[in-house]
Design a protein around this ligand. Structure first.
Ligand code: SAH
Length: 259
């Protein structure tokens, strides 16, 4: 069999590739990110990135942790952006590896702005976001022609620490049949109340998918009315994606991943 020419881009010294590592399972890496890992001089990685993914980097590459959880010291966002600039100015090939997709509910855009201001060339390599890969591994379709023609991705926790106040919860409640909520566990009570106040049925199916695509994946299903009680009783842990909507009903039949 001939090996196809995939024409990977040249990873030039002094540039930064802002890449998504996917939700957990290393098999969900794209070939472009795999290529970036093998070429990089430095990999600046976030907390949710699996160690086995880092091990795909060249043996000479340096790993720099820039995460914000797991009990390790928190890195300030400006420090991370400045570090990327500094490494690029030292003519390193810098792979900035973030969980999921780099441009979904992370600081990817801020890092791009800092790179642009410093005149550093960059490339964005998408990854499979948790709200897509996690649902696939839980056997929950994002859409199905029998249930929904639209999906909304929402963050349940803004930089200010609360649910976003620029989201029109009433419109979402009425207009978006499927809601996929990132960072939603802390304020699930508020989210539930906003949706119920806006007319969403208390019998609406809800799924919580914890550590999706990893060997510790766990999925718990319930209804909007009972979601906070069930979350507490099941002791399900973060990181977690919360899905609200009719496609959650497919979970029982479609569940295929049993780590
Ligand atoms: N850029 C990431 C999201 C960063 S925000 C992406 O595209 O996936 C971090 C949130 O993502 C977590 O709080 C959680 O809601 C979700 N998340 C990330 N990885 C996850 C996983 N393996 N399982 C469940 N949720 C996950």
């Amino acid at each position: 069999m001939n090996t196809p020419d995939l024409s990977f881009p040249d990873f030039a010294p002094g540039s930064v590739w802002l890449a998504g590592a996917g939700p957990g399972d290393p098999a969900l890496l794209t070939l472009a990110v795999y290529h970036g890992l093998q070429e990089a001089d430095v990999v600046v990685y976030d907390a949710l990135v699996d160690q086995r993914i880092l091990e795909l980097a060249s043996p000479d590459a340096i790993w720099e942790y820039a995460g914000k959880r797991g009990g390790r010291p928190s890195a300030d966002q400006n420090d991370i952006s400045d570090k990327l600039v500094d490494l690029a100015q030292k003519k390193k090939r810098v792979l900035r590896l973030k969980g999921g997709d780099p441009m979904v509910f992370g600081r990817g855009p801020q890092e791009c702005e800092t790179l642009i201001a410093a005149g550093i060339p960059f490339r964005i390599l998408p990854g499979i976001t948790a709200g897509i890969g996690g649902l696939a591994y839980a056997g929950i379709p994002l859409t199905s022609r029998d249930t929904n023609a639209a999906v909304t991705f929402i963050t349940g926790h803004t930089a200010g620490g609360d649910i976003p106040d620029d989201v029109d919860w009433e419109c979402l409640s009425k207009g978006s049949p499927t809601l996929v909520i990132y960072m939603g566990s802390k304020h699930l009570d508020k989210i539930r109340d906003r949706l119920l106040e806006s007319g969403r049925s208390e019998n609406e199916p809800v799924a919580m998918i914890s550590k999706a695509t990893t060997d510790q994946q766990q999925t718990v299903t319930t209804t909007l009315k009972h979601c906070t009680d069930v979350m507490a009783a099941s002791e399900i842990v973060t990181p977690m994606i919360i899905v609200i909507g009719p496609t959650v009903c497919y979970h029982e039949a479609f569940s295929w991943f049993h780590p």
